[in-house]
Design a binder for this molecule. Structure first.
Ligand code: FAD
Ligand code: EPU
Length: 349
């Protein structure tokens, strides 16, 4: 079927668009309408078209944290805006970054310009605009720590809003944006980054990797290099095999339950949380339940990392979700803990 494509100046509209190359699990899906947005100031005009205003909306960055279980009957807004604005006072900088910038490019830019803080978050796929949605985190850091505010188009109020750090209600893989899905289109994120700060090297593997690199007085770029090494050795590359990173969140459970599980399963990794509860390793439980490396058709669990659901080729969204549910039920039956998916599942469950 021929695909209609129209450049509207600031955004391009594509009818009946394929999303297969717009999600890193590489699932085939289509959107009734796709809007590639290069100028966020055009959002009000676009959102006022009756077909857009009266239909469903989905904001998409690089699609590295979504699972489509069907076509999207509505408008997909693909954020492709660019721009970085810096106000520096010497010791730190306030940096406003457009939602469509690539996260990893921005991290490398900060390191190249001598700002500290984001080194542990290098190589996470996706856009800057998506970073606050699940409060991306890795190797002992979460992005929330560096976010001063988030600028968004508020669909309910029909206006631009600036949401300060507290309003964003950041938590582990969570934020206001997950609790009010469909309300905000993030257009920019404002970060505050210092020139220097104590490095975080205590997450398992970083100090050992720095030692292997022969570094005894690490700078932020050394930590970044160590994290790149650890990530590439552990996680499958979406360019090689479709995946969305961790498909399951590490569950946060009561300390008493965590103690009981640890007594029965001494190998289980348990991370105490500031609120007294404990985060436990979903990967360990999935592996112990026998799911690491399993494959059903083209849907599988990576043999490199038990948290990663993989598409070996032509798996459909429903096939991948069926395998994810099988894993969740298996872990629940063995450990009494129900896992939750980290990526957003779009379509029927
Ligand atoms: P998408 O997948 O396009 O969207 C994710 C969600 O955010 C959707 O609900 C979407 O509607 C919403 N959204 C996106 N942009 C906007 C916007 N501008 N406004 C409003 N809503 C928006 N995550 C981690 O936290 N830590 C990791 O270490 C990590 N490692 C990963 C490794 C791999 C190999 C992969 C594939 C993924 C990994 N992830 C990790 C997950 C993913 O990289 C992040 O969640 C990332 O922030 C998603 O960005 P995206 O642009 O692809 O968002
Ligand atoms: N483990 C296993 N089997 C495996 C893999 C890991 O038993 O196949 C156990 C090991 O005991 C290991 C522990 O799990 O010590 C932790 O593993 P890892 O350091 O890889 O961390 P993770 O908890 O599996 C989390 C994030 C990742 C993030 C890493 C590093 C979640 C859901 N995942 O994974 O984020 O990169 O820590 O900080 O919190 C993502 O969100 O997509 C993601 C990749």
């Amino acid at each position: 079927m021929p695909v209609e494509q129209v450049d509207m100046g600031g955004y391009t509209l594509i009818e009946n668009a394929s999303l297969a190359n717009r999600n890193t699990l590489r699932v085939a899906a289509r959107a009734t309408l796709l809007a590639e947005i290069r100028d966020a100031s055009k959002l009000p005009e676009l959102l006022d078209f009756p077909a857009v205003r009266n239909g469903r909306l989905l904001v998409l960055g690089e699609g590295s944290n979504v699972l489509f279980t069907g076509d999207f009957d509505g408008t997909v807004l693909a954020m492709e805006t660019r721009g970085v604005q810096v106000e520096s006072d010497g010791d730190s900088a306030r940096i406003a970054v457009a939602a469509g910038e690539r996260w990893d490019d921005f991290v490398r830019w900060t390191l190249g310009h001598g700002y500290a803080g984001l080194e542990n978050l290098i190589l996470i796929p996706g856009t800057v605009g998506a970073a606050p949605i699940q409060n991306i985190g890795a190797y002992g850091c979460e992005v929330a720590e560096f976010i001063e505010s988030v600028e968004a188009w508020d669909i309910r109020e029909c206006r631009v809003v600036t949401l300060d750090h507290a309003t964003c209600a950041f938590a582990y893989r969570d934020s206001l944006f997950k609790h009010e899905p469909g309300r905000y289109i993030v257009t920019a994120v404002r970060f505050v980054l210092p020139r220097s700060r104590p490095l975080r090297t205590d997450y398992a593997g970083i100090n050992e990797q720095l030692a292997r690199m022969g570094v005894d007085k690490p700078a932020p770029f050394h930590v970044a290099e160590a994290v790149v090494h650890l990530r590439t050795s552990k996680l499958p590359d979406p360019a090689v095999i479709g995946n969305a990173g961790s498909f399951f969140k590490n569950p946060i459970i009561d300390a008493a339950l965590a103690d009981a599980l640890k007594r029965e399963h001494p190998g289980l990794a348990v991370w105490p949380q500031p609120d007294g509860r404990c985060k436990v390793s979903a990967a360990w439980m999935i592996e112990a339940a026998g799911f690491k490396g399993i494959r059903e058709g083209d849907a599988g669990i990576s043999n490199r990392h038990a948290l990663v659901l993989v598409n070996h080729g032509k798996a459909t969204g429903p096939q991948l979700w069926a395998l994810a549910e099988q894993v969740m039920h298996g872990v629940r039956d063995k450990f009494g803990v129900m896992l939750e998916s980290e990526p957003v599942v779009i379509g029927a469950r």
